[in-house]
Design a protein around this ligand. Sequence first.
Ligand SMILES: Cc1cc2nc3c(=O)[nH]c(=O)nc-3n(C[C@H](O)[C@H](O)[C@H](O)COP(=O)(O)OP(=O)(O)OC[C@H]3O[C@@H](n4cnc5c(N)ncnc54)[C@H](O)[C@@H]3O)c2cc1C
Length: 388
Amino acid sequence: MLSFDCTEVAFRGKSDAELGRAVLLFRLLSNPTLVNAGSRFASACLSLGLPIKGLIKKTIFQQFVGGETRDSSMLKIQWLADRKVGSILDYSVEGKKSDQGFEETTLEILACIATAANSPSIPLAVFKVSGLVTQDVLIRQSIQLDESDLEWQKLKGRLHRIFCKAANLNVPIMIDAEESWLQPAIDRLAEEAFLEFNATGPLVFTTLQMYRTDRLDYLHSLWNRAETMGFFPGVKLVRGAYMEKERQRAAEHKYPDPIQASKANTDRDFNLALDFIAQHIRQGALVLGTHNEESCLRLVERMQHLELPPEHSRIYFSQLLGMSDHISFNLAEAGYRVAKYVPYGPVAELLPYLQRRAAENTSVQGQTGRELALLYSEFKRRKAKKRP
Ligand SMILES: Cc1cc2nc3c(=O)[nH]c(=O)nc-3n(C[C@H](O)[C@H](O)[C@H](O)COP(=O)(O)OP(=O)(O)OC[C@H]3O[C@@H](n4cnc5c(N)ncnc54)[C@H](O)[C@@H]3O)c2cc1C
């Protein structure tokens, strides 16, 4: 039976000094007051032009980011590849607001697709629709579709270039899921892409956040449409990253909370969705985006039950760089396909991404504790091994 407790595999290739730095970082991240203050301090320093980039680069950036550019991320990508783990280049710059900014992001995504096509260790590409258009456009198109909207048509043009390149170079491409008030427009774009690009196999992937109460029904209806309209849906399954924001907005605007009432309910729907896609994998493809050990073990067990080989070409496990290496490396060692998101971009522009990782590691119950426990256990194992 696969286990995630093998710290030798999890931390292979990390020096004692690197483990020590990770311990220090996760200990800092386990302190919410410090994380809050640090986050605000970093934003303030960067906006005032104070020299804090070096400190960020040596600490949180080093743990969670590939590099400032695609090229400088290749070292980490090779390091992962040496451990049988693939990478997904994630251009994580957020908040662009002009046509020029959206064009730059489009070009960067096209370059990521080209890089993936030339590298067996980059099996998938990814992007966020909100990096290609203003949120206002996604909000209004989510309320009422208006094909005559010029900005919407410009977005569609950018997406078409991205999907055509992915199709020409045969690089599967995932669309990240975002806040529920942007998601109806993103769902529509994903399904249009399914019709155009997934007729012979799962090239484009949508993302389903199972912390939403409506996503299991959506998954079933998507599968029905796939059957009647003739496409192969790719699905990345995640629990969802914007819970607090979602609950707060629902309360402020007085509409029903779209998020599950409890973590147990989110876990239930996540498991049901995972079971469903594994069962119907011939009609689609699955990327399981999670740091939850039980969920990963559940998919392993389902695959064994359905007699699907670990290296099944339509099933990927995925984690974020710097998190849950014990899951990624142990799965890869056992022959499963694993790919980690490798975010990259200039330090200042990646701050929102880093702040989310810091907050996540502070708030996700047990996440930091688990990372620390594994690091301590690896130190102990190495010490015992050195003893005569
Ligand atoms: C490869 C990868 C890609 C990702 N892509 C996306 C993406 O495109 N869009 C996106 O939104 N997120 C994305 N995420 C983040 C993801 O949605 C989760 O926030 C994160 O992975 C934590 O969930 P978990 O399954 O790893 O761990 P767990 O610790 O098992 O779950 C934590 C999650 O459970 C849910 N939860 C916690 N408490 C409650 C509660 N009281 N009630 C209901 N639900 C609760 C929340 O979603 C929380 O994030 C991605 C994550 C990974 C690893």
